[in-house]
Write a protein that binds this ligand. Structure first.
Ligand code: FAD
Length: 371
């Protein structure tokens, strides 16, 4: 058995951020991931400046040999209708490719890495976790995303009673394409579904295009995405090519539904804990922040790993993202009149700029979490 202080299952942004904070403090930490890195992750790959700050990311270093697309404006509308352009006239976000971003963060974390093998079994004995009979650690961190095996082990009803967001996305290279494409790299486009239960995006990053749609329900997602693609083609927003192969994924939005993210000697972070922002579905920032907060709690409770000590972690999450109720309410479907008002508001520039973009998507009032 290889022995560590902390074992983290999952090497996405949550796992690598937690690992880095721990490794920097001299804790022996291993990250286990079922995939070899670099690996793809179904994601649009949009990050805010707060993410860059929390990660202490050197943009010049990151951009050398990787895609880092500055974003200074957004076009926002309803699918099939005209859009509003909000231009900030300075960089207010970035687009990255997850295959590059996650690999970069994991390699620089300083943790021992065990990649390419799925984690399946856990048992807790003699005051430590034993993982697949090959690794043992005093503390176990679940960072395995929505389907995290640690979350399952702690009792999450993954894919059963939980109401998740369903999303599909495709990222493809457009280098060498000569046909016209109206999407500008510094200005991603966001289009809400007419029933306001989700939104679609098209985003250009360097030579890559990312298109997708996420919704509160899984009903007809492929058909909706197909008609979105047809509409994009008809308006010459995307190059003249066959529809790409879309890949799907599910995840949870905070504060719904509720997953138990604290147990004896164990914590959940990132998507495993269901932390993505409610309106935008942005999950990279809460993944990184929760990884850093979990690491800080682990460092502060070295003498006692008991659950009561880890309850601090739950308090930190609630202080940052709002209170979470154990009896999770079901998502409410907006009635027709609310949808009509919502669609009207999406045509009003002050609402789009100050509410949709500044508050819901960019969280401009919320400062970055620092070490
Ligand atoms: C279509 C789509 C678009 C999105 N777009 C954005 C966006 O633009 N911006 C944004 O901020 N968020 C976006 N999100 C959300 C974001 O992708 C997630 O919130 C984020 O990846 C969560 O990070 P994480 O580290 O918690 O989990 P993940 O990134 O999912 O990493 C989990 C890791 O755990 C590993 N793992 C899983 N099971 C096991 C196992 N049994 N054994 C070992 N390893 C395992 C996986 O291989 C994976 O590497 C999007 C999500 C979707 C579905």
């Amino acid at each position: 058995l290889d022995s560590y202080d902390v074992a983290i299952v999952g090497g996405g942004p949550a796992g690598s951020s937690c690992a880095r904070t721990l490794a920097q403090a001299g804790v022996s930490v291993v990250v286990l991931d079922q995939r070899d890195f670099p690996r793809d992750k179904v994601c649009a790959g949009w990050i805010t400046p707060q993410v860059v700050q929390s990660l202490d990311l050197s943009l010049a270093d990151y951009a050398s040999g990787r895609v880092l697309q500055p974003i200074s404006a957004f076009a926002v509308g309803v699918i099939g209708q005209s859009e509003l352009v909000v231009d900030y006239e300075r960089v207010i976000s970035y687009a990255i490719r997850r295959c590059e971003f996650d690999d970069y963060l994991l390699r620089r974390s300083g943790a021992a890495l065990r990649l390419g093998v799925a984690v399946r079994k856990f048992r807790f004995e003699q005051n430590q976790w034993v993982i697949d009979d090959s690794v043992c650690a005093r503390i176990l961190v679940g960072a395995g995303g929505h389907f995290c095996p640690v979350a399952r082990h702690l009792g999450a009803a993954v894919g059963r009673t939980e109401s998740a967001i369903y999303a599909q996305e495709a990222e493809f290279c457009i280098a060498g394409t000569t046909s016209h494409c109206a999407i500008r790299a510094e200005r991603p486009e966001l289009y809400f579904c007419p029933d306001l239960r989700g939104y679609a995006w098209c985003l250009r990053k360097g030579d890559y295009f990312n298109i997708g749609l996420g919704r509160e329900d899984n009903h007809g997602l492929a058909e909706r995405l197909h008609s979105f693609w047809t509409w994009l083609r008809a308006s010459e927003r995307v190059p003249d090519c066959a529809p790409p192969h879309f890949k799907g994924h599910a995840y949870l939005l905070y504060p719904l539904p509720w997953r138990r993210c604290v147990a004896d000697h164990a914590l959940l972070i990132g998507d495993a804990a269901g932390l993505a922002y409610e309106h935008s579905g942005e999950g990279i920032r809460p993944a990184i922040e929760s990884g850093m907060m979990a690491a800080q709690v682990i460092l502060n409770t070295r003498r006692s790993d008991r659950r009561s000590a880890f309850e601090t972690y739950r308090s930190l999450l609630e202080a940052r993202y709002g209170r979470r109720e154990v009896s999770a309410r079901a998502p409410t479907m907006a009635g027709p009149w609310r949808q009509a008002i919502g669609r009207r508001l999406l045509g009003q520039r002050p609402f789009v700029r100050h509410v949709v973009l500044d508050r819901w998507f960019l969280h401009r009032a919320d400062a970055a979490l620092r070490h």
